[in-house]
Design a protein around this ligand. Sequence first.
Ligand code: NAP
Length: 256
Amino acid sequence: MPGLLDAKTALILGVANRWSLAYAIAQAFRREGARLVLTYQGERQRSTVEELGAELGAELVLGCDVTQESELERLGAALGESLPGLDCVVHSIAFATREDLSRPFVETSRSGYLLAQEVSSYSLVAVARTVAPLMRQGGSIVTLTYLGASRVVPNYNVMGVAKAALEAAVRYLASDLGPSNIRVNAISAGPVKTASARGVKDFIKVLDTVAERAPLRRNTDPAEVADTAVFLASDLGRGVTGNIIFVDAGFQVMGL
Ligand code: NAP
């Protein structure tokens, strides 16, 4: 059976380990026939991501710290030299300090606020600027967000504010890049136990609450997030841009 992403080339930023949402997305993209390029943030992660990339049959595994303009430029140049073009990009990156995900939001430091915005929100703009010239046939950019962007989730704090900015950036980028047939969307995933999520104080309580109250009475499986990313990256999603799609067992519709 033909894959939904046959003949498409996908860049996936944010695979840290097998628990990463980006890893589940890379597996699903591979299953659907995409050629993969993965990135890692720094030397600390290099061998792990290279190993995962080899398992996934990735064509390239490149370094890119999204806070460094020079690294984004190098990434764009390396992709331009090695690939005929790019069709899909997954931005699955966020960071805030552990203190800012545990103390009251009102105590957020200036530097912690700016750091969360830079890594978790501005980086989407910087990545989109880097990849857009390579998406010559149009394409799809997908980022990952969370309900804490629009509702108060205990301890999500500064990351909720960064996700609100990220979601606004999705809309502005969709407007800018739409004439080039580049679509930009976000998946709002339900909570999943990953390295980043473990940085949020009392994260286990969030998982328990969702399993108890979500319409589907369970938590989100990373494979469900990944299949929605496949839809958005494929031609099935050709009419969808500027959207936030919830993949959260329905939790966001509940008032209490
Ligand atoms: P994860 O596996 O820890 O992935 C986060 C990734 O961001 C890691 O690969 C990390 O690299 C990367 N990163 C951080 N700073 C970076 C930088 N300066 N340059 C390049 N990469 C950087 O956790 P995850 O839960 O899968 O998170 C992926 C995305 O999903 C995030 O946007 C997150 O907010 C979102 N999300 C997660 C959940 C959840 O419950 N897990 C729910 C909704 C949305 P290093 O490991 O090398 O630092």
